[in-house]
Design a binder for this molecule. Structure first.
Ligand code: NAD
Length: 429
């Protein structure tokens, strides 16, 4: 299964601490060597359209005032409005938002969604705020970036430290100022105010669909397949339970405390997910337990890292025994690990394809908001299935045609789409 790499560096040449922006730029340069896109277009894609920085004053519950910094980075909108999450996290930086906005451009393009890429956030630890403070902060941030966003310009969504409630406050603040109810300004809202059914489980569902397709591609019957999942949260638990329902043996699932392990397959519906009971995987009565490090080294057909970034590194990539890695988390594989796994012939199906069900159902939500008509869950599932299979086929075709890795193929598909759109529209003036 070994393939050509798009650039010639060895694993040792890659820093394990590469920033999101460095990763995004490296992937762009690598994909550019494969795609017939004008140099001027590539140059434009190395830069965001704009990065907005705002001060967000907040009256704390004790009457004192603090001012937080917020950002919205918009990378490219050649294919449609900017789209991407808003995070509340102490480590948010302008540079990180730019790098993550580029990832969103490629993720939307690989799914052929009519969106470009954006990312934003506020430099704050939401755990330090009361619910009322979070609401005031969200409303003021929405107002500070109101000129930059909108259902036709830029559509935020939940991300680290934000959730459906945050989106509801954001949508309300925007709507009050605009003088009309505007549900399409954000996605990931509660269904009662225009959110889509099936949005919450969508990233996990897409991971399961892609894992199922990957198993078939590599000639493994899903009914005979074994799966290990690191992280039993929104992404990991939904993916694990679907694969279990489809006949696979999910032998290990973990949370931050470790893994439940059963070689004959866990009853994944009986293991508490992060949402049902946080960090309670170990309460499941499994015959064995494992550490999180051991989960990554299990001899299984599919390994799904679905917890945090940078867990597959130069230190453990040689010990991975899975036949296929399907990325559930964003960025779980460092560049060095990517190179090692590629040399070892272990295919890594990348995050921008595998977990793109979230942004895809966000697109469905936006369509529903514009049309003021909610889709039944069955339609969400059917259309997600169809878009995932289509994206899978597009990426698979590039893997076969160019003999490149799945990650490089996904970036090629994305860059071709964005590059052609840019060339076709031209540069104004
Ligand atoms: P979540 O908070 O619902 O669950 C995270 C799970 O990972 C929990 O079970 C937690 O215990 C576990 N975990 C945390 N730190 C860990 C560690 N160090 N080792 C092992 N397990 C650990 O999170 P989520 O929404 O499922 O997101 C997981 C990943 O998927 C993140 O990288 C996120 O960016 C990415 N992602 C999420 C979505 C989404 O819409 N939820 C979409 C795309 C990508």
């Amino acid at each position: 299964m070994a393939t050509n790499t798009l650039d010639d560096r060895d694993a040792d040449d890659y820093s394990e601490t590469e920033s999101a922006l460095e990763t995004a730029l490296r992937q762009l340069s690598a994909a550019a060597t494969q795609v017939d896109v004008d140099d001027g277009v590539i140059e434009r894609l190395k830069h965001p359209t704009r990065v907005v920085e705002v001060g967000v004053p907040l009256k704390r519950d004790d009457g004192s005032v603090e001012v937080y910094t917020g950002y919205r980075a918009q990378h490219d909108d050649v294919r449609g409005p900017y789209k991407g999450g808003l995070r509340f996290h102490p480590d948010v930086t302008a540079e990180e938002c730019v790098g993550l906005s580029m990832w969103m451009t490629w993720k939307c393009a690989v799914m052929d969604l009519p969106f470009g890429g954006a990312k934003g956030g506020v430099v704050v630890n939401p755990k330090d705020l009361s619910t009322e403070e979070k609401e005031r902060l969200t409303r003021r941030f929405a107002e500070e970036i109101r000129d930059t966003i909108g259902p036709k310009q830029d559509i935020p969504a939940p991300d680290m430290g934000t959730d459906a409630q945050t989106m509801a406050w954001f949508m309300d603040a925007y709507s009050m100022q605009e003088g009309e109810t505007t549900p399409g300004v954000v996605t990931g809202k509660p269904p009662v105010i225009g959110g889509s059914k099936g949005r919450e489980e969508a990233p996990g569902r897409s991971v399961a669909i892609i894992a199922r397709e990957a198993l078939e591609y590599y000639d493994t019957d899903i009914g005979e397949a074994t799966v290990a999942v690191q992280g039993f949260g929104s992404v990991g638990a939904n993916a694990a339970r679907l694969l279990d329902d489809w006949g696979a043996d999910v032998v290990a699932v973990s949370d931050v405390n470790g893994a439940a392990y059963d070689t004959s397959g866990l009853d994944t519906h009986a293991v508490p997910s992060h949402e049902e009971e946080p960090e309670a995987v170990m309460s499941y009565d499994a015959p064995n337990t494992l550490t999180n490090e051991e989960v990554l080294e299990l001899d299984v057909d599919v390994l799904i890292p679905a917890a945090i970034g940078n867990v597959l590194t130069a230190d453990n990539a040689d010990d991975v025994q899975a036949n296929i890695v399907v990325e559930g988390a964003n960025g779980p594989t460092t560049s060095a690990a990517d190179t090692i796994l590629e040399e070892r012939g272990i295919p890594v199906i990348p995050d921008i394809l595998a977990n793109a069900g979230g942004v895809t159902v966000s697109y469905f939500e936006w369509l529903q908001d514009i049309n003021r008509r909610q889709w039944p869950l069955e339609r969400v599932h059917e259309e997600l299935e169809s878009m995932m299979l289509s994206a899978w086929d597009d990426v698979r075709a590039e893997v076969e045609a160019r003999d490149v890795s799945w990650r490089d193929a996904a970036y090629v598909v994305a860059l071709e789409r964005v590059g052609e759109a840019k060339s076709s529209r031209g540069l104004w003036p």
